[in-house]
Design a protein around this ligand. Sequence first.
Ligand code: BTN
Length: 254
Amino acid sequence: RLGLKADFIGRHIHYEESVESTQKIAQRLVLEEAPEGTIVIAEEQLAGKGRMGRKWHSPKYSGIWMSVILRPNLPPAKAPQLTLITAVAIVQAIEELTNVTPQIKWPNDILLNGKKLTGILTEMQADADRIISVIIGIGINVNQQREDYPEELESIATSLSIELGKKLERAELIKEVLYKLEKLYLLYLDKGFYPIKLLWESYAISIGKNITARMLTGSITGKAKGITEDGVLIIEDDLGELHHVYSADIELEK
Ligand code: BTN
């Protein structure tokens, strides 16, 4: 129905008008043995999930709320790489359709003009040494207008239409994201993470900058040096000591 350019990602599309969360539907489909590349798309989410237990605002007909099921034969420690692959795919898709290049804020926020355009939430089922499935949740703010945002989001979130001053065809963007995602995923399975890491770093906003990483356990301030092969952020503190950060919120110093 979308006239897809990708081959297997999106071959099975599960479309819903209104759901609590596309992640939930995808979890059910995983249990029903849905094949790799199955996607769930909804027009609206009543309980969209964000990272770290936050909510994801998902109003009707204005954004892309979608979950992609992948089943890579990899150890669980590699799952964060799939989030980084997805971030690169979304940036490339937006670049392709609009000629603007958003930036990536580690690990998975995509910003345009400093405000959040996209969030990615990756959830995994695995046994001790293999991934069984990964559900990549993608939320892209496309056609929201400024007045659509609740006050607390206005200063931190944006949409493509706000930044570009025109509406975009969501189906076109979905098509392009799935196409880029499939290409990068196949590149990754074939050549490993290194080529993706280079692409990711070329779009990353925080590399080389002074940042503060806030974790549940405390915070680290220093210079962001890059990411490891596993997608872990490396921060160098004032004493020259290197820290590995697995999960955090990042604040850029002005
Ligand atoms: C973040 O906190 O930045 C991640 C947001 C992820 C939102 C997407 S929208 C589609 C999928 N379904 C959800 O409930 N969440 C993800």
